[in-house]
Design a protein around this ligand. Structure first.
Ligand SMILES: [Zn+2]
Ligand SMILES: [Zn+2]
Length: 360
């Protein structure tokens, strides 16, 4: 079958080959025919070494498809079911998954996924990014990573739920807990930023300010619910106009650089919430003074996988899509075939791209 493999790191190219096979099924496995996979900025971050990953591996972690086969002990899905793949699924039994109510932080699920090696090329074992390997026509995942969805949801929009949409919408709703009538600033109006804007709108925010370097992205952000779109130089004026200079009730950083994380904290009002959604480099740091945390009483919170319980939130977000509250079709800027994936990587930063989706 066809798959796109990362052979070395750093690398600017994936190798698209047609001689990839799957290992044997074992108990607890689910084999999925991937119908669509989004191309996420994190795929590029693996290629350039920002996110560490063993190679060779099949990239892709934002996919949806149809169950082909289930291993012994799998009862929550059957062949023919439509599923979205979760890249950090809850094991269901550890403290994060039970008493703590933070299944998005389950280490058992994450490690199980990270060590999954479901592909073969000849005799060479090929792993996958976070166990998903959705840049392949078929994949095998542990059962708990295959989340059943309603059969009437188009699988192209469903794919987006697997990473970017859940990360952004979930950060606004679950992690930051944006409240009705509040003021929100979203730094970065790419795919995750657009999802966060929609999350803030769904939560009932009164003012949603999108900040980005590209004017085109700001215009587009307004289509998804931003009430204002400003370039960085115009942020002080927006802050004064909307908040009287106090700062925003909620600020969400959706880029992943130390500078914008510190900026997000500064733009948050006393007692407000600054939520870090972007994934930065391990060695980058930003400073907080030893006095300001006490005096400002701001909440600084990270958000991993949108603070979501994928077992319920995937379908919750898809209900919002069906109700017309969450625009997923509008987030698909470009549809490609798997052999165009390298071109898609190159186009990732383009102002007219929100999400590129592979059609298998
Ligand atoms: Zn992603
Ligand atoms: Zn767990």
């Amino acid at each position: 079958m066809l798959a796109a493999i990362l052979e070395t790191v750093p690398s600017g190219q994936l190798v698209v080959c047609d001689d990839v096979t799957l290992r044997e099924m074992t108990s607890g496995d689910v084999r999925i025919k991937i119908k669509h996979s989004g191309v996420c900025h994190s795929d590029l971050s693996v290629m350039n070494g920002t996110i560490p990953q063993e190679v060779p591996c099949v990239l892709g972690h934002e996919g949806a498809g149809i169950v082909l086969e289930v291993g012994d002990g799998v009862t929550h899905v059957v062949p023919g079911d439509h599923v979205v793949v979760a890249f950090a699924p809850p094991c269901g039994t550890c403290p994060f998954c039970t008493g703590r109510g933070q299944p998005n932080l389950c280490m058992t699920g994450m490690i199980t996924m990270a060590t999954s090696q479901q592909f073969l090329r000849g005799d060479t074992v090929v792993g996958s990014m976070t166990g998903c390997g959705t840049f392949a026509e078929e994949t095998i995942v542990p059962g708990f990573a295959a989340i059943k969805i309603d059969g009437d949801v188009p699988l192209d929009v469903a794919a987006l739920i697997g990473c970017g949409v859940t990360t952004g919408v979930g950060a606004a709703i679950n992690t930051a807990k944006v409240s009705a009538g509040s003021s929100v600033c979203i730094i970065g109006a790419g795919g995750v930023g657009v999802a966060a804007i929609q999350g803030a709108r769904i939560a009932g925010a009164a003012d949603i300010v999108a900040v980005d370097l590209h004017e085109d992205k700001l215009d587009r952000a307004k289509d998804f619910g931003a009430t204002h779109g400003v370039i960085p130089e115009d942020v002080p004026a927006a802050l004064a106009e909307i908040t009287g200079g106090e700062g925003f009730d909620f600020t969400l950083e959706c880029i992943g650089t130390a500078g914008t994380m510190r900026q997000a904290f500064d733009l948050t009002r006393r007692g407000g919430t600054c939520c870090i959604v972007g994934v930065g480099r391990q060695e980058e740091t930003f400073q907080l003074s030893a006095f300001e945390m006490f005096f400002s009483e701001k909440t600084l919170v990270g958000s991993m996988y949108g603070g979501a319980d994928v077992r319920t939130d995937f379908n919750r977000f898809l209900r919002l899509y069906k109700a017309g509250s969450l625009d997923l079709e509008g987030m698909i800027s470009r549809r490609i075939r798997l052999d165009e994936v390298n071109d898609a990587m190159g186009a990732m930063g383009d102002a007219d791209i929100i999400r590129q989706v592979i059609d298998f």
